[in-house]
Design a protein. Sequence first.
Length: 92
Amino acid sequence: MFKIGNQGNFETLPDHAMAIYKGDAAPVEEFFKQGIELEKEISLSEYIALTPLDLALITNQQAVVKLLGGALIATFEDFLAKPEVHLESLLN
C-alpha cells in the first residue's frame, strides 16, 4: 500500500509513478527520455491524477523535484529562445 499525502492510499502505482514515489531519479529521467510528458498527469485511480512534479512534491522526493523542475525550466527557456518554432508547431 502506498500513501500519497492527502490524496489517499493506493495498492499499485504505474511504473513511472513508482520511480517518483521511491525517489529514484535515474529511472525517472529514463522515462522522460522515452517520451513521457512532464506536464501530463499520471492516473493513480479513477478520480486521482497528479503531474509528476506534484507527485514528487507531495512525497517529498527532493532529487526528483530537482530533476523535474530543472527539466521544466529547460523546456521553458527553450520556448523563450525560439517562440516562433514552438508556436508554429502548435498551429500545425
